[in-house]
Design a binder for this molecule. Structure first.
Ligand code: PHE
Length: 366
């Protein structure tokens, strides 16, 4: 067996390298045996990986471990052979103790890991977060469904519009104050962000002849911002043009629509109004759904909420679009989707619709 006892020269070199080892007294054989027992006891009782590691370094550390120091004393021993054998025994006992404790600590560590990773299969599962449609989308789809059932189809148009479609063909004369009421956001090169979805009614009439029944949902823009107004909002425009269409058709259609979209208790009132492209014109208010008519900040304490503009299409507009006003008549209406969503879901501030606050979206489920 090639123990340190037989490699005396190596041990001697190691010892010369360390001043401490040179001066240390050479222990007796009994002392070596006692050291072995002490080491075994300390190692066996090391409670943590860290204290085991500290013992390993102090005993078996490659550079300055206790074993290395003792090995360096072999050449100095009176009986080198006996000392070498006792040292080999000590070394084997320390190494065995370290290995045994290592195995045991690994077992304890593995058990702790299993315990920590234990899954309680009896716990209730976590529900996945399910997305929902935005209130404005919900309302838009609902309105589309109502009008589809009345024979309407859906038309769309661009958000960046021409003055002609947004104003001129809709009978807004140049410099007429009615243009002011639209708080228009202009873009360079004379174009503008559409202030209403009415340009889609123009585009539809230019493209085809009656009978026409369309609704046009979409985003619109105005320079306006308060509890009920946002600079970007949504409208649905409705247009019905055919032979013999009357104000009675307009009223009946809108009343049926409001009853279906809101509750049967929801009242509608028609107020005479003015739009350049309809004559006569009416604005439609419904019972404020936030306060149910009692008055609240959202309805400015009137109990009513304006949701619709409407009227009989002005013959001039029909004419502008190449439709014979002597043969055809029609009605149009435009409503704010956001207003409807606020009323339907009791949302008092229009801005909360556009703040992407999940709490609001979670409360409104289709
Ligand atoms: N376009 C009008 C607006 O936004 C609403 C409207 C549409 C009124 C159709 C009458 C007829 O103010």
């Amino acid at each position: 067996m090639g123990g340190p006892g037989s490699t005396g020269s190596t041990g001697a070199t190691g010892a010369t390298g360390r001043a401490g080892a040179n001066t240390a007294p050479v222990p007796t054989l009994e002392e070596l045996a006692l050291l072995a027992s002490e080491a075994e006891a300390a190692i066996a009782s090391s409670a943590t990986r860290a204290s085991w590691e500290a013992l390993r370094v102090s005993w078996a550390g490659a550079k300055s471990g206790r074993l290395k120091e003792l090995q360096a004393l072999i050449p100095k021993a009176a009986d080198k052979r006996a000392f070498g054998q006792a040292f080999n025994l000590l070394k084997a006992r320390v190494e065995d103790a370290l290995a045994a404790r290592d195995t045991e600590l690994s077992r304890v560590e593995a058990a702790a890991r299993v315990e920590a990773e234990r899954v309680d299969v009896t716990l209730p599962g976590r529900r996945p977060l399910v997305g929902s449609l935005h209130p404005v989308t919900l309302v838009s789809r609902e309105i589309e469904a109502v009008f589809r059932s009345l024979g309407y189809s859906i038309a769309e148009g661009p958000e960046l519009e021409d003055d002609r479609y947004n104003f001129a063909l809709l009978n807004f004369p140049e410099d007429h104050p009615a243009r002011d009421a639209q708080d228009t956001l202009f873009v360079e090169d004379g174009r503008l962000l559409r202030t209403h979805t009415s340009p889609v009614q123009i585009r539809t009439m230019l493209a085809r002849q009656p009978p026409i029944r369309v609704i046009c949902p979409g985003r619109v823009y105005r320079n306006d911002n308060d509890l009920r107004h946002s600079p970007m909002f949504h409208q649905v425009e409705g247009l019905c043009v055919a032979e013999g269409i009357t104000l009675g058709d307009l009223k009946g259609t809108l009343e049926a629509f409001i009853a279906r979209l809101f509750t049967r208790q929801t009242k509608a009132r028609f107020r005479p109004s003015y739009f350049p492209f309809t004559e006569p014109s009416a604005e439609v208010d419904i019972t404020c759904q936030i306060c149910l008519g009692n008055g609240c900040p959202t309805c400015s304490h009137t109990g009513w909420m304006e949701i619709l503009g409407s009227g009989m299409v002005d013959p001039r507009v029909l004419d502008n679009c190449g439709i014979d006003p002597d043969r055809y008549s029609g009605f149009a209406f435009g409503l704010g989707l956001d207003r409807v969503a606020m009323n339907k879901y009791g949302i008092p501030n229009i801005r909360s619709l556009f703040e992407s606050d999940e709490r609001l979206l979670r409360q409104v489920r289709g």
